[in-house]
Design a protein around this ligand. Structure first.
Ligand SMILES: NC(=O)c1ccc[n+]([C@@H]2O[C@H](COP(=O)([O-])OP(=O)(O)OC[C@H]3O[C@@H](n4cnc5c(N)ncnc54)[C@H](OP(=O)(O)O)[C@@H]3O)[C@@H](O)[C@H]2O)c1
Length: 330
């Protein structure tokens, strides 16, 4: 019997940006024993998706083969379950994190591992859920695991700096840090200052002004944790702004931050820089989906594109000026 076909968007080699994406018809995937087949309702784009296409991340993430269907953060409905799947049944609404190796998000259907699939409360839309896996969990885990920040308000109040607070990760980081009653300083462009304040940030610096470049807290606070979502800020800028045991969590580690990380370790420095790569787990997706359901966390949607215009969504993400998440809907 001929396989059922679906619309998908793929690239066939490294490079090419938005014009490297092609609309194709390919077979609907079949779930393996521990997988679920999802009818996708939304996928979100993360910078890692197009960085993989550029070939920049070959050392850590690469497509298993070309052509590759990119994007990993999805939400949809379970259509079929593999024989060993215990926690989901046909008709369940879910969010899922696909693997960078296999991708699959820019399509009408995708298979997800049961262990990286989470139930989606009916109050949480597919687009809101699709924003959560990489961006939401990077913010959550960078704050809690490296930054030592509590999100439930039980810890002592800490001073947190979030750079690029208007981006996909930053909007979650500001909200989550505030959930824990911390004092949040944020950087963003002038057009987003009021918006970032509305997310709860206590102080907001325009990153193009001298104060923003210096990352200096207007109230003179020293940062206990920095969730650093941009590139190009040297250690010498962070150093004078950090508390005695302050830590910079670097989400885009390059050679100079790896050098600083090693140097701080070797010299037993109390101030640290820690490179961080998120490891999305089901528990984390469930936690964040619950916070969205409870009205404690919002997914900010920059824009939505139909699958037929996925290359425009891709271009917008590469452009680097999204406010929140870019969503593609089949
Ligand atoms: N390590 C990990 O596991 C991990 C996970 C997720 C993301 N990341 C990385 O973290 C970075 C941020 O990801 P994202 O999804 O948040 O990106 P994004 O959504 O594309 O970020 C766009 C936002 O960043 C702002 N921005 C750009 N340069 C800035 C600067 N110098 N200072 C302040 N704001 C600035 C832009 O504001 P304007 O429009 O006003 O310029 C825009 O609102 C990316 O490099 C991504 O690859 C790493």
């Amino acid at each position: 019997m001929a396989a059922k076909l679906m619309q998908a968007v793929q690239y066939s080699s490294y490079g090419g940006g938005p014009s490297g994406l092609k609309h194709v018809e390919i077979p609907v995937p079949t779930p393996k024993t521990n997988e679920v087949l999802l009818k996708l309702e939304a996928a979100s784009i993360n910078p890692v998706d197009w960085k993989i296409q550029k070939g920049d991340l070959r050392a850590i993430f690469m497509p298993r083969k070309f052509p590759h269907t990119p994007c990993t953060d999805v939400a949809g409905e379970v259509l079929e379950v593999g024989p060993q799947v215990k926690d989901f049944k046909v008709g369940d609404k879910v969010l899922a994190k696909l693997t960078h190796q296999y991708g699959g998000g820019l399509a009408e259907f995708a298979v997800a591992s049961e262990s990286l699939t989470a139930a989606r409360p009916s109050e949480v839309s597919a687009a809101e859920a699709a924003g959560l896996p990489i961006a939401g969990l990077t913010a959550r885990d960078a704050l809690t695991e490296i930054g030592g920040i509590k999100l439930d308000g039980t810890g002592e109040q800490k001073n947190v700096l979030v750079t690029a607070a208007s981006g996909g990760v930053g909007v979650y980081a500001v909200q989550l840090a505030k959930l824990g009653n911390n004092h949040v300083t944020a950087t963003c462009g002038a057009r987003n200052i009021d918006f970032v304040k509305s997310l709860g940030a206590d102080e907001v610096l325009d990153y193009k002004t001298p104060e923003g470049v210096a990352l200096k807290s207007p109230s003179g606070r020293k940062y206990d944790a920095v969730i650093h979502c941009t590139t190009g800020i040297p250690w010498s800028t962070f150093d004078p702004n950090l508390a005695e045991k302050g830590v910079v969590v670097d989400l885009t580690p390059g050679p100079s931050s790896m050098f600083t990380f090693a140097l701080k370790k070797l010299t037993f420095s109390k101030k640290r820089l820690v490179p961080f790569i998120v490891n999305v787990k089901r528990e984390g997706m469930e936690h964040l989906a619950q916070l969205v359901k409870d009205g404690k966390l919002k997914t900010i949607i920059d824009s939505k594109f139909p699958l037929s215009k996925a290359e425009d969504a891709w271009a917008k993400s590469i452009d680097g000026h999204a406010t929140g998440k870019i969503i593609v809907e089949p």
